[in-house]
Design a protein around this ligand. Structure first.
Ligand code: MLT
Length: 272
């Protein structure tokens, strides 16, 4: 699909007349990371939309930086083109950063929000420095890129997955390997410059948008405490901690992830 001057790869699964749920992927993955989520949601009657952000998966990779606000504009444009006026939006990690921007730009489209392994606050100065070092490493050539991605993978996955789930490790490696350098660099710079969305939690409060905050108990990047703190700022929010999972909960513990999401979706008030 062409939106805002770029080609974006979008997949729609499930009944065409079902309620819509849109899933936004993590960095540096692609919509492939939802491969175990989509069948569960579609099978439960949800029209499930996944997309590759610009620079990832099968989407075009124009030069960056890819600000989170621009990625959110892409998402809103995709929904517009699909004639989806309102949907449940879910984002994991970077996908969550983008979801906060969608809430800020176009909260009317958000029927409910799933924030998975993500955070509302921006990078610390040290975090920003780390992103710039990563950009330099990727731009230094193949060996630098490989070294950066190997280090990142060890942080993305939980201890249980690293020790006991070689197939998951291999799947994540395969997905990450498809991300072009332009995508890595564009999103690293975009994430480094992202806004503080602590106040955006107030949009959920003010508009009574149902929200789920979910994290893996072995997530060393965002983590359960971060999810609990965001949940505490939104009365009525659901907070879920998933055991034996790191940052990529949807892939590491797909059954528990799907059960938590479907339980939340099943409790949503009827669409207005
Ligand atoms: C992600 O999983 O999307 C990244 O870990 C987010 C980040 O680097 O802040």
């Amino acid at each position: 699909m062409h939106v805002r001057g770029v080609y974006l790869s979008v997949e729609i699964t499930g009944p065409p007349d079902g309620p819509a749920v849109v899933l936004l992927h993590a960095f540096p993955l692609s919509k492939q990371m939802w491969a175990l989520t989509v069948p569960a949601l579609a099978g439960a009657g949800w029209r499930t939309v996944t997309l590759d952000f610009r620079g990832f998966g099968l989407s075009e990779a124009p030069p960056g930086p890819y600000g989170m606000a621009a990625l959110a504009e892409d998402v809103v444009a995709v929904l517009d083109q699909l004639e989806i006026a309102r949907a449940v939006l879910g984002g994991l990690s970077m996908g969550g950063y983008v979801l906060f921007e969608v809430l800020r730009q176009a909260s009317d489209v958000v029927r409910a929000a799933l924030f998975c392994d993500t955070r509302a606050d921006p990078d610390t100065p040290a975090g920003r420095d780390g992103r710039h070092r990563a950009v330099a490493q990727v731009q230094s050539g193949r060996a630098g890129r490989e070294e950066y991605l190997a280090g990142l993978l060890a942080k993305l996955l939980g201890a249980t997955t690293l020790a006991d789930r070689p197939a998951v490790v291999a799947a994540v490696q395969r997905i990450v390997a498809t991300t072009p350098d332009a995508g890595l660099v564009g999103a690293l710079l975009g994430m480094a410059g992202r806004a503080d969305h602590t106040a955006t939690l107030g949009v959920l409060r003010a508009q009574k948008i149902p929200a789920l905050f979910l994290a893996g108990e072995e997530d060393g990047i965002t983590g359960v405490e971060v999810a609990r703190a965001m949940g505490a700022a939104v009365p009525g929010a659901t907070v879920v901690a998933l055991p034996r999972a790191g940052h990529l909960t949807a892939l590491e513990v797909p059954d528990a992830f799907n059960a938590a999401v479907l339980e939340f979706l099943g409790r949503l008030p009827p669409e207005r």
